[in-house]
Design a protein around this ligand. Structure first.
Ligand code: 2P0
Length: 320
């Protein structure tokens, strides 16, 4: 009646922004991400018939706000008639700050919950259950470069290339560690309903996905860099043009982008990507990681940096 799973967050190089079915949480667009090795959520689920409600701790502290979403996700994995659960989550990076903590949390929760309930489920089934809780979580079921394909009534995830096959590095510049002002779910709906650029964003996504997929297949860093930065800035343009405007950047976010541009001018293989938060993720070739770390560390407003390789998919930690 217990399961513990580890999952790593992922960052999208071709972004998911917008839903075509809010009820089932189906994304409006496909996406491509990389899973991050050094960042993780470890989720322990223990069913206990003596409990009359689910209980959650995050990093050892009781947490109520996230509990309804986790309970609903566990219901989808183990059935609504399941015993109540003790859920303990440990996360080694800032939560709800644009570092995809919901992706690693729900990916780990589905794997741990399935094991605890004695159910065997294929990765695609788990991906759809995790994705229903948080769209990006479906991608954390797999490792390396992962594509999420947006099918008729489900999502399909596949690994395009493992971390060993293209061992890029990611330097995350933390410019602010507090939780974000407005969550992605609400923000995506604001964009869908109000941004004049939203329809164009959805229309162009297949093209960006084709370019990125080909760049990954060819291990063409320059090509991937160009399409990933374009796709990121396009998503933020959709956000900025929403009403109310959704601006997740701060001054240090912008300075980090300039630092990356400066490195590119010196021939360093690096590109930036930014999600629904002020952190900047600089993806780089392994031989350039020292230069990228030094430049971002020296950027005013950067509180901390974290360097990571690309990781593997969600997995069970131990059986009980
Ligand atoms: C992504 N983001 O592709 C995009 C880029 C943020 C910006 O997926 O509403 O927490 O729970 O399905 O997965 C963050 O959104 O959203 C996200 P929901 P999620 O990584």
């Amino acid at each position: 009646m217990q399961g513990t799973a580890i999952a790593q967050p992922n960052i999208a190089l071709i972004k998911y922004w917008g839903k075509r079915d809010v009820e089932r949480n189906l994304p409006a667009v496909g996406s491509i991400s990389v899973t991050l090795r050094e960042l993780y959520t470890r989720m322990q689920v223990e069913f206990d018939a003596s409990l009359d409600h689910d209980v959650l701790t995050v990093n050892g502290r009781p947490e109520e706000k996230m509990l309804p979403r986790l309970s609903a996700c566990l219901d989808s994995v183990a059935g609504t008639a399941r015993p109540r659960a003790r859920i303990a989550s440990i996360c080694n990076f800032p939560i709800a700050a644009g570092l995809a903590s919901s992706a690693s949390s729900f990916a780990a929760l589905t794997v741990a919950g399935a094991h605890a309930s004695g159910r065997t489920m294929a990765a695609d089934v788990l991906a759809n259950l995790a994705g229903r809780a948080s769209g990006s979580a479906a991608r954390s079921l797999l490792g390396g470069f992962v594509e999420l394909e947006n099918r008729e009534d489900a999502v399909v995830v596949q690994s395009l290339c493992t971390s060993a096959e293209w061992p890029l590095q990611v330097v995350v510049a933390i410019t602010e560690s507090g939780p974000k002002a407005i969550g992605s779910t609400e923000a995506m709906e604001i964009s869908r309903k109000t941004s004049p650029f939203y329809a164009k964003w959805v229309d162009q996504q297949a093209h960006d996905l084709d370019i990125a997929r080909a760049a990954i297949a060819d291990r063409d860093f320059e090509k991937l860099a160009a399409v990933a930065e374009h796709n990121c800035l396009k998503m933020h343009s959709v956000m900025w043009a929403s009403r109310p405007p959704l601006v997740y950047w701060n001054a240090a976010t912008m300075r980090c982008m300039q630092a990356v541009r400066h490195l590119q001018g010196q021939g360093i293989g690096v590109f930036f990507t930014i999600d629904a938060g002020p952190q900047v993720k600089a993806v780089c070739l392994p031989e350039h990681v020292g230069d990228v770390e030094a430049a971002l560390q020296a950027t005013a407003g950067v509180a901390d940096i974290m360097t990571t390789g690309l990781g593997s998919g969600a997995r069970l930690e131990r059986t009980a």
